[in-house]
Write a protein that binds this ligand. Structure first.
Ligand code: TXA
Ligand code: MG
Length: 360
């Protein structure tokens, strides 16, 4: 059975006594779950090798999949990285704190457990007041997303509690309510020229190219397609974000084709007597109902925000994937989005979460 120490904290009125208690736990080598602007992280003192190893055990994470080091002050970059390129300082000045992680040559102080034995380290400065305060009061934190390996990332403390309730773990959890953005940070590899996108995130490629004044290479695997180059991005070879329920992602040339395809799938599953839930935006649910009255009552709707504002889709995404497992259905169907702006990150996560992709 898990032992949780749950510390509630208001991110708009931070109680330093609460932070200090969590900071003490970090410095004693314990694991502390903390909020960031993207998702909750499972943190340990980044310079404490043993504590960092414990993250891998608790999460069930393969040891060759490295962790992100979270810092609160730009000069901490010197403690975790070396040969810091000019572009990194542009990220510091123009983007941080914010949801962009940079890969740099690793400094000597960073334990092998954090880097997965690589020569590089991933670093970011999160834009969440609770995360920043905790790091200031303790140490840079090595942290993956706090979900159990393979599960959707947690956007609430409750998600974390669900994942570990049955496990032999001891966790301090700083509960600051839901995170703001809902998908994990954008990762770019700055050890390469031009930089390479390793994972799309809330900070879009379009915005990054503008802020940094460089072109960024977007490999196929960053879209969630094709074979991953694990030499470049160790995380991509592992299954991610998956609900337990069989999830089908529907992709099509046009929105109309996509709607029709969802309806055809639904009718065919209904004939087989299978219960289905559809993860769909408000607009798509409405269109399905008005265009195809024959599907009324054949599915449960799990709300996925609004197509008019992709940020609402991102922030609902992981909670919707978790809701699918609680819906008591055999099949989930999810709509697709245009791969522009935030849509690139949403589609990357959906392709990795889905058990099959249905192309209309
Ligand atoms: O928003 C986020 O980035 C969240 C919050 C908690 O900060 N963290 C997060 O961590 O998503 P995680 O461990 O779930 O994903 C980190 C990704 C993994 O795919 C890992 O392979 C990659 O970063 N990564 C870490 N170090 C790397 C390195 N040195 N080179 C290439 N990729 C690296
Ligand atoms: Mg993760």
């Amino acid at each position: 059975m898990a032992r949780f120490k749950i510390l509630r904290i208001d991110p708009e009125k931070i109680d330093d006594r609460v932070i200090e208690e969590a900071a003490r736990d970090v410095l004693e080598g314990k694991l502390v779950v903390f909020p960031t602007e993207t998702v909750y992280g499972l943190g340990a003192n980044a310079f404490d090798e043993q504590a960092c190893r414990e993250i891998f055990r608790v999460k069930g994470r393969p040891p060759d999949n490295p962790l992100i080091v979270h810092i609160a002050k730009s000069f901490d970059l010197y403690r975790v990285a070396r040969d810091i390129p000019e572009l990194a300082w542009k990220v510091v000045e123009r983007i941080w704190p914010g949801p962009v992680t940079i890969v740099l040559p690793a400094g000597d102080m960073v334990p092998k457990a954090v880097t997965g034995g690589r020569e590089t380290v991933a670093v970011r400065m999160p834009a969440h007041p609770v995360a920043l305060r905790l790091i200031e009061k303790s140490s840079p934190l090595a942290a993956p997303s706090a979900n159990k390996s393979g599960r959707p990332s947690p956007t609430t403390a409750q998600h974390v509690i669900e994942d570990y309730a049955e496990d032999d773990v001891e966790l301090t959890i700083l509960d600051a309510g839901p995170t703001y953005l809902g998908v994990e940070s954008t990762i770019i590899d700055l050890t390469k020229i031009p930089p390479i996108l390793l994972r799309p995130g809330p900070f879009t490629i379009e915005e990054l190219e503008k802020a940094l004044g460089v072109r960024i290479v977007v490999p196929q695997f960053a879209k969630g397609l094709g074979e991953a180059d694990s030499a470049l991005s160790p995380g991509v070879k592992y299954r991610h974000y998956s609900p337990r329920t069989h999830l089908i992602l529907v992709e099509a040339e046009s929105y109309d084709d996509m709607l029709k395809c969802i309806r055809d799938l639904l009718l065919s599953f209904s004939k087989q007597g299978k219960k289905v839930a559809i993860l769909a935006t408000i607009e798509t649910n409405r269109e399905l109902r008005t265009r195809y009255p024959d599907i009324e009552g054949l599915y449960e709707w799990i709300q996925l925000g609004s197509r008019a504002n992709p940020y609402t889709v991102a922030s609902r995404l992981y909670d919707a994937l978790r809701a699918l497992d609680k819906a008591g259905v055999e099949i989930g169907i999810v709509e697709s989005f245009e791969e522009r702006g935030l849509g690139l990150a949403i589609m990357n996560r959906l392709r990795k979460a889905a058990h099959s992709i249905h192309r209309a």
